[in-house]
Write a protein that binds this ligand. Sequence first.
Ligand code: 7PJ
Length: 271
Amino acid sequence: MQQIQNKLRSGHWVVMGILNVTPDSFSDGGLFNQLDNALKHALQMQQEGADIIDIGGESTRPGAQPVSLDEELNRVIPVIEKIREFTDVAISIDTSKPEVMQAAIKAGASMVNDVNALHAEGALEICANYNVPVCLMHKQGNPQTMQDNPQYADIVDEIRQYLMARAGTCIKAGIRRENIFIDPGFGFGKTLENNLSLLKEMQQFCTLDYPVLVGLSRKSMFGMLLERDVEQRLVASVSAAVIAYQKGARFFRVHDVADTCDALKLCAAVT
Ligand code: 7PJ
């Protein structure tokens, strides 16, 4: 993880490969198969250039239902342990539950990625105590209803204020400044127009005090803009990463690791 932070500090880009461990993501049968497929996918993303693997057991897509603590633990912890048997690739845990954060860190995760920006009771304390980097993401509302009617007066200003205030709260709780990443949260309580404004104005987040992580990969904003199903959003996703890079973002959460790395290598070569 230190390596990743050093890379970001020196202006290099970093790719986070997405590993979803929800029942629909590895659906071909028994527990062994699921673990084995998750491991293979993680190793493949590492080989393709991912610096860190983001493991999530609760879908936060629009309309998704919450999962119980036990269910989430049962999904993610065996996968982290399995990956740890085979490689020391950095692992981030995509969760909002403090109990999952703690168990994941004990099992070998070294970063917390929370779409709820550590709002759950106890989350700030866990991240401060274990001294792990955290990604604070902005969202408006909850996954069940967030896309129903998002409202902003000035979206960029509002999200900047939110992220800076949240970072301040983290620092007060004992989280080190250099362990904080911020994320405007594409698709989380945002209309297509909102998402496009955030991408267009990305530099306004990248000039704040914290490295910016962006999650644009295969998002429904591309479905809306281009009328593309989720498996047809590669070009738009990679293009959006390039745009974000050019406006200062350096940390990219993606499904398509190899293709994104190609594009980012080109960006870096001309920057
Ligand atoms: C994001 C995330 C994102 C961060 C998801 C999806 C939805 N974490 N987790 N940023 N999105 N930090 O990948 O479509 O944008 S789940």
